[in-house]
Ligand binder design. Structure first.
Ligand SMILES: [Zn+2]
Length: 132
């Protein structure tokens, strides 16, 4: 089942095909990066001219409207929204640190965490739903 990812500001679709496209800024440079739409898959495609090191803090923005996707709830995270054909939807919250594998899918009902650094259980972090 295909999950669509959207910009929370302009509602533009961020995964027109098999990858999620985000504009990324780090150290004064900008690039488009491709991410896997599969939760827990952290393979990133970046241009060779845009080398990223572990723990580099990157700023994600929408490739369509250019607005900043940094989470208002936690500045160390970025946020986009998702929807499924079944009508389910919610937010995807992920770390802004390169190599830091921490992702949460937040819906009204639950928070599902992915990635080996996603260790914030016990904290009902976004005030939404019980932990998985
Ligand atoms: Zn946008």
């Amino acid at each position: 089942m295909k999950r669509n990812y959207h910009c929370p500001k302009c509602y533009g679709i961020l995964n027109p095909n098999v990858k999620v496209i985000l504009k990324t800024e780090c150290g004064g440079r900008t690039a488009l990066l491709l991410f896997s739409p599969q939760p827990g898959n952290y393979h990133v495609i970046a241009p060779e001219s845009f080398p990223l090191k572990k723990d580099d803090e990157v700023r994600f923005s929408c490739p369509l409207c250019s607005r900043d996707l940094t989470s208002k709830r936690d500045k160390s995270m970025a946020e986009i929204t998702f929807s499924t054909p079944g009508g389910q939807g919610g937010r995807v919250v992920f770390s802004r640190l390169y190599g830091h594998h921490e992702t949460y899918f937040v819906t009204k009902e639950e928070v599902r965490s992915f990635g080996r650094h996603a260790d914030r259980d016990g904290v009902n972090y976004w005030g939404a739903g019980p932990k998985d």
